[in-house]
Design a protein around this ligand. Structure first.
Ligand code: GLU
Length: 487
């Protein structure tokens, strides 16, 4: 079998979208499964919408997800350059080939003329297809138009290519994901392959690039299906082999509309900023249209690659369930080894003065706060009371807990009894036990006793293990906070 070569070809007009990440992943998995090559090509021909910042974001996001490419702009490869804007001198030769063989023609129509055609179609309630007005211009007519200063665009002659290679106007192909697809190419309209300024259009550049980069399988979103018909005809007109195509269903928001920022993060880097682990995100994204044969959903990419089969991808749309991603994320956080977790939490702890804690205290703090984390960023709020001399008291905690007579009594007694306590967990454990016992004899529930202490020390009614919290904070801070809570 010829070598499997697939590619991801993002346009850098924004940060890497999760949808593109999924397409990249399925290409990557297909390459891994078939011992093939995964190529990254940057399609930056739309100079106005392109920026270096977006290109960097695409590189960084794919790398962070573990989707490393075998060939690409940075690593090179035998079929470079891999950045479309550096390939501009490659395309004209193939445009000429199509002009010479009659599968393309020069079009001198002005934007105004084309607009008028479109308006006419709208008036007649017909779908717009180009009138082919310029298909049969004579050399004389063309020369005259050139003399007027008009520069031609080049259009592909659909009907001519369709007739040459197919029995009717119906074009069929076998999609790897969706099965047989077909379309009446009369509805496509002769599309532009080279603009009047000499730049190739997407549909043309993509064919030339995929052909020269020896791409064997084109796996991409189903929004490209109508382009695929055009691209197949270009391959045929050029007389080269047509790659196999596979189109993935769309990713929809939980409300079944197009996934957009109003639903939550959509760019990989935004998910990371919000505190998602790239391991969780890529695992989640793999399940958008694919399911593991053993039903075991939590799986690293290497394991998914062993199990992956392209014909098992669902041809329908997938729903992006943010709640499920959160569940997966909390699972992945639980699985992280302590040292790794500490490293990953760092960006979310920037507002704290970490020098307040020894390494040991810091580790213990993470140990006692990690369990409920859903997002890495949840740590910011979870550890807030481990820092500073004073603590912010939630208003209800003040009213419902600290203001009660019982609490005030507990706190005063704490200051008395704890004078010589050693703030070390084992010791504190014993002392607190005795302290609760002391109040229990006075008819105060142990729970109530602890609430008073927790409220004064953390400003909250729930949080990390109390003994550990007191030990990490140390005598000085604890006493300051308790004294501040006593009226
Ligand atoms: N640059 C195109 C896009 O981002 C690539 C489409 C394709 O894979 O051919 O949609």
């Amino acid at each position: 079998m010829e070598e499997v070569r697939v590619r991801i070809a993002p346009s850098p007009s924004g940060n890497l979208h999760v949808g593109t990440a999924r397409t990249a992943l399925f290409n990557y998995l297909f390459a891994k499964k078939n011992h093939g090559k995964f190529v990254l090509r940057i399609e930056d021909t739309d100079a106005e919408r392109t920026s270096q910042e977006y290109i960097d974001n695409i590189f960084d996001s794919l790398k962070a997800l573990g989707l490393n490419w075998d060939e690409g702009p940075d690593v090179g490869g035998p079929y470079g350059p891999y950045t479309q804007s550096e390939r501009f001198d490659i395309y004209p030769k193939y445009v000429q080939q199509l002009l010479d063989s009659g599968y393309a023609y020069e079009c001198f129509c002005t934007p105004e003329e084309l607009e008028a055609e479109k308006e006419e179609a709208t008036r007649n309630k017909k779908p717009y297809v180009y009138s082919k007005k310029c298909e049969n211009l004579t050399e004389e007519e063309k020369a005259k138009l050139r003399a007027e200063g008009r520069k031609p665009a080049i259009r592909f002659n659909i009907a001519k290519a369709q007739k040459a290679f197919h029995d009717s106007s119906i074009l069929k192909f076998n999609d790897l994901v969706k099965g047989e697809l077909h379309m009446d190419t009369d509805l496509l309209g002769d599309f532009v392959i080279q603009k009047s300024n000499g730049a190739p259009t997407y549909n043309f550049a993509v064919v030339i690039d995929d052909m020269l980069m020896k791409i064997s399988h084109v796996i991409r979103g189903e929004d490209h299906i109508s382009n695929t018909y055009k691209q197949i005809l270009i391959y045929e007109a050029l007389g080269v082999e047509v790659p196999q195509f596979g189109h993935l269903g769309m990713i929809l928001a939980p409300d079944r509309s197009k996934l957009s920022k109003r639903h939550g993060a959509t760019a990989v880097s935004d998910f990371v900023k919000e505190g998602y682990l790239t391991e969780a995100l890529i695992n989640f994204v793999a399940l958008l249209g694919w399911a593991p044969s053993d039903g075991e959903e939590i799986k690293p990419v290497e394991k998914i690659a062993e199990d992956f089969r392209i014909n098992e991808i669902s041809s329908s749309n997938s729903i992006f369930e943010y709640d499920k991603l959160k569940w997966m994320n909390s699972h992945y956080i639980k699985m992280l080894p302590m040292d790794e977790l500490k490293k990953r939490l760092m960006p979310y702890l920037e507002k704290y003065d970490l020098s307040e804690l020894t390494d040991e205290q810091f580790t213990r703090m993470v140990e006692v706060t990690r369990e409920p984390l859903v997002l890495l960023s949840d740590i910011t709020d979870a550890v807030t009371y481990f820092f500073g001399d004073s603590v912010e008291i939630e208003p209800e905690v003040q009213k419902d807990v600290l203001d009660t007579e019982t609490s005030q009594e507990v706190l005063k007694e704490y200051i008395e009894q704890s004078k010589d306590w050693v703030y070390e967990e084992e010791n504190l454990h014993e002392k607190l036990d005795a302290f609760r016992g002391y109040f229990k004899e006075k008819g105060i529930k142990p729970k109530v006793t602890m609430w008073a202490i927790r409220a004064a020390v953390t400003g909250r009614t729930r949080g990390a293990d109390m003994t550990a919290t007191l030990a990490i904070l140390g005598k000085e801070k604890v006493e300051k906070r308790i004294k501040a809570a006593i009226k």
